[in-house]
Design a protein around this ligand. Structure first.
Ligand SMILES: Nc1nc2c(c(=O)[nH]1)N[C@H]1C(S)=C(S)[C@@H](COP(=O)(O)OP(=O)(O)OC[C@H]3O[C@@H](n4cnc5c(=O)[nH]c(N)nc54)[C@H](O)[C@@H]3O)O[C@H]1N2
Ligand SMILES: Nc1nc2c(c(=O)[nH]1)N[C@H]1C(S)=C(S)[C@@H](COP(=O)(O)OP(=O)(O)OC[C@H]3O[C@@H](n4cnc5c(=O)[nH]c(N)nc54)[C@H](O)[C@@H]3O)O[C@H]1N2
Ligand SMILES: [Mo]
Length: 774
């Protein structure tokens, strides 16, 4: 009999609702947060409060009353935890022993309190002073043969102030090696949008959500990952807007939602209906599906021309604002319906239905997440979506536009202020001017490039400003080999995680303040600024007492590292952190248009919006117009090739988040809306596939990747769960399945790992010997 504690029980309630309140109570208990701590949670996203370290979804006005968000509360509770990891903890446990702990168990120990240094003789981390830690890193950095032997990772939670100082230090040191979490996330968006609409950011604001009549939600699970977005969706649905969810997995959270602030929703137990139509393409089928929608629109438009009725495409917009309409219209006319249906996995009648919804909407917003970006053809899919939206002028008008939904709370801001391995030359030259530098101009390593270089022994120093690089990245076994090749690894961090255990020959843990904590510098408490997914920049003040008196802020860590490493130079690193408004002044000097009157404008409640020209129908492309681009439906991808070899034994695996995690931070073992409790090693599978494989729900399987490079990649012992997912598709959780993603399996042009399309075969196995410890 299986010893797993798994309970599989379909969820029939709406998203949020009472379940959310129950989970919040459980999380507060787990983090040992007393009732008065709840006040902290309530001050998040208030005018004088801190920006929620959860997702990048914007706040209503940033001044409105508290919006309840279950996963926001979990994110804050995880940081505000009363539990601590002092040096005494490390004295008791070797790194080898800690490697046997689960990711949940590691972070569940609580907040790190002191800087720590790895001692290879005892295999333990030991307390080190900050001065010593900075001196060690400076010696290591200055001893490299070339600055490019160092890489500097960023996780998108760092503030604009920390990120700007960081990129300035790293470039002054001499490299553009900036792998970041964006490389693993929305990079496909950041490549597709500038080429087509002139800027890599979304064009909509919350105001547009209030005026849209049609919403297309592609490849995104807002009930779990952007719960506050459900408020906008519920309002839209109530207004009569049509909402279409496009997702291979029947995500319960996209169907109904109970707003904890609405007594009616809560007492009726039913909540509000969200999506009016749920389309289930096969994994990676979106490009073909969108092309099918375009083909219908063109067909109906051709009929309108023939009959002299009102045109279906927006003729004036196309003429004034776009290029290449004739080419993509001709391409759509010649595309075969068979190919569209086969490659999308969506029946023709449904493609027609969603196309009709699109074509009859006057104000359409398209949103997307990781279900679109993390595919080999992620960039091409987003460009195809832009084609669709341009057809009817759905960009740059009220109630319509492009809405990539970002992940980390300041991932977009990090890019704006320079965290990018190939920042535009204009920005780099500006740094030279403002700071009298000669920063390197050649592109650095992205995330995948950094791992390849580490494996090849070309990188000796790894520095992480937040995040959990060892397991948020693909090809875990090989990534670990790369990390262990380094001479030194150092992580700025709040909690113990796997990346501290998979370390270089020397290793440092540098514990920092979280965003919820009061950051006191020479001139008093400091605020930091962040940019949300809709380009709104606002200030955030911590309210909690720091978890330990030995913590430094992220800007302080960067400034002190810079001061220790770069002798001479004219940047007064230590003076800059006395008052963060000085850092903001430097950001303004570097980017004078976007950040004009930076320090003044953040005083306004809600902050200010950075310029997004596409919102105004100004297209910063080479031609000055929005570009329709020709995109082919992929017919010979690694998935097609693997299927040729393995037939219906071949499955395509996606890796997603459960409801109880924040990326690699695991809050608990449940995935409430998908009806899974007490187990993370599960694989969702179509019932007919389960039968065809001679399996039953509740059996255990191993997964093996199909990739032609002679490397065996496997992930063992997963429980089979029957689910409403297309035949041939599987879903499992990240990071347990990351070892299956080949490092070389990246999206064309953006190099984002293809975390949503991994070709695998399955093997039946037996239940694990012992239940997977929490
Ligand atoms: N609570 C919580 N909030 C978070 C995070 C978290 O881990 N926990 N992470 C943050 C981060 S960094 C990010 S990037 C975002 C991620 O938020 P999401 O973009 O929602 O990310 P995933 O959980 O990976 O879910 C991807 C969704 O896409 C669907 N999907 C997969 N493949 C395809 C496909 O081929 N086509 C279509 N149409 N759909 C597909 C999946 O079924 C799933 O519903 O959330 C952010 N917010
Ligand atoms: N297979 C697969 N892999 C994926 C994905 C997927 O969908 N599937 N998604 C990808 C995506 S979208 C992303 S964004 C990446 C995320 O990758 P990362 O950003 O690298 O990972 P996180 O899990 O968000 O980082 C968590 C750690 O950040 C630290 N931390 C938390 N708060 C702070 C803080 O305020 N300051 C500092 N310095 N540290 C802090 C804590 O120590 C915690 O352990 O993962 C990617 N990997
Ligand atoms: Mo992300």
């Amino acid at each position: 009999m299986s010893q797993s504690k798994a309970v599989i029980k379909p969820y029939h309630h709406p998203a949020a609702g009472w379940g959310a309140l129950k989970q919040v109570a459980a999380q507060l208990a787990l983090q040992k947060i007393p009732v008065k701590g709840v006040m902290t949670l309530l001050s998040q996203n208030q005018p004088d409060g801190f920006d929620c370290p959860g997702c990048a979804w914007p706040d209503k006005e940033h001044t409105s009353t508290f919006e309840f968000c279950e996963n926001g509360v979990k994110a804050v509770a995880a940081e505000a935890t009363a539990k601590r990891v002092p040096p005494a903890f490390f004295a008791q446990h070797t790194v080898t022993e800690l490697m046997g702990w689960s990711d949940f168990a590691l972070e569940n120990e609580g907040r790190l309190t002191h800087p720590m240094r790895y001692n290879a003789v005892t295999d333990k981390y030991e307390e080190v002073s900050w001065d010593e830690a900075f001196a060690l890193m400076a010696t290591q950095l200055n001893g490299l043969d070339h600055p490019d032997e160092a890489v500097f990772y960023t996780s998108g939670r760092a503030s604009n102030e920390a990120a700007f100082l960081y990129q300035l230090f790293v470039r002054a040191f001499g490299t553009n090696n900036f792998p970041d979490c964006s490389n693993l996330c929305h990079e496909s968006t950041s490549i597709a949008l500038p080429a087509t609409v002139g800027i890599g950011k979304g064009s909509v604001t919350l105001h547009d959500f209030e005026h849209a009549d049609t919403l297309l939600i592609f490849g995104q699970n807002p009930a779990t990952n952007h719960p506050r977005m459900l408020g906008e969706l519920r309002e839209a649905a109530k207004r009569g807007a049509r909402i279409v969810a496009i997702n291979p997995l029947k995500e319960r959270g996209l169907e109904r939602f109970a707003d904890p602030q609405s007594p009616f929703d809560m007492l009726s137990f039913k909540g509000s209906k969200i999506s009016s139509l749920f389309i289930q393409p096969k994994l990676g089928g979106d490009l073909a599906l969108i092309k099918g929608m375009i083909k219908f629109v063109i067909q109906w438009d051709d009929e309108a021309i023939l009959h002299g009725t009102e045109r279906v495409v927006d003729v004036d917009f196309i003429a004034e604002h776009t290029n290449n309409f004739a080419e993509i219209a001709a391409d759509a006319r010649q595309e075969s319906w068979e190919v569209i249906v086969e490659e999308s996995g969506v029946p023709l009648a449904q493609i027609e239905e969603i196309a009709r919804i699109y074509a009859t909407g006057d104000r359409v917003i398209a949103t997307w997440g990781m279900g679109i970006t993390q595919h080999k053809h992620g960039v091409a899919t987003i460009k195809t979506l832009v084609n669709l939206m341009l057809l009817r002028g759905n960009i740059g008008k009220e109630g319509a536009g492009l809405c990539p939904v970002r992940g980390h709370s300041n991932v977009q801001g990090n890019r704006t202020v320079g965290i990018y391995e190939k920042m535009p030359l204009e920005f780099l030259q500006r740094l030279d001017q403002v700071f009298d530098l000669n920063v390197p101009k050649a592109p650095g390593y992205d995330a995948v490039g950094a791992i390849e270089a580490m494996i090849a022994g070309k990188v000796k120093f790894f520095f992480g400003l937040g995040g959990n690089f060892s397991i948020s990245t693909p090809d875990t076994d090989r990534t670990w080999q790369g990390m262990r090749n380094c001479e030194m690894t150092a992580h700025v961090t709040t909690k113990l995680n796997r990346s501290h255990l998979v370390h270089g020959k020397q290793a440092l843990i540098l514990p920092c303040l979280g965003r919820t904590e009061i950051d006191t510098q020479a001139t008093g408490p400091q605020g930091v600024t962040v940019e949300d997914s809709m380009s709104m920049v606002h200030i955030s003040y911590g309210m909690n007492k720091p978890a330990s008196p030995h913590l430094l802020s992220e800007p302080a860590i960067v400034a002190r590292l810079a001061a220790a490493t770069l002798k001479g130079g004219n940047i007064p690193w230590l003076a800059l952190i006395e008052d963060y408004s000085k850092i903001r002044d430097l950001i303004e000097q570097t980017l004078p248009v976007a950040f004009k009157d930076y320090n003044e404008r953040i005083k306004r409640p809600g902050g200010f919006r950075l310029p997004v020209p596409s919102s105004e129908r100004i297209w910063n492309t080479a031609s000055g117009k929005a570009e329709f681009t020709l995109q082919a439906i992929p017919k010979n991808s690694p998935i097609h090739q693997a299927r040729e070899q393995y037939g219906d034994q071949l499955f395509v695996l996606m890796t997603t988040r459960s409801h109880d995690q924040y990326n690699t931070t695991i809050y608990g073992m449940d995935d409430r809306y998908r009806g899974v409790f007490g187990e993370r090693r599960v694989i969702f599978m179509n019932p007919a596939d389960i039968a065809r494989q001679g399996l039953q729900a509740g059996d255990w399987i191993n997964l093996v990747s199909v990739w032609q490079d002679g490397i065996t990649r496997r992930a063992d012992k997963f429980l089979v769960v029957a689910y409403d997912i297309p035949s041939g598709c599987l879903s499992g959780y990240y990071p347990e399945t990351n070892n299956l993603v080949p490092l070389e399996s990246v999206a064309d042009d953006s190099r984002t790992p293809t975390s949503k399309s991994i070709p695998v075969i399955i093997e039946k196995t037996t239940a694990p010997e012992v239940a997977h410890a929490a």
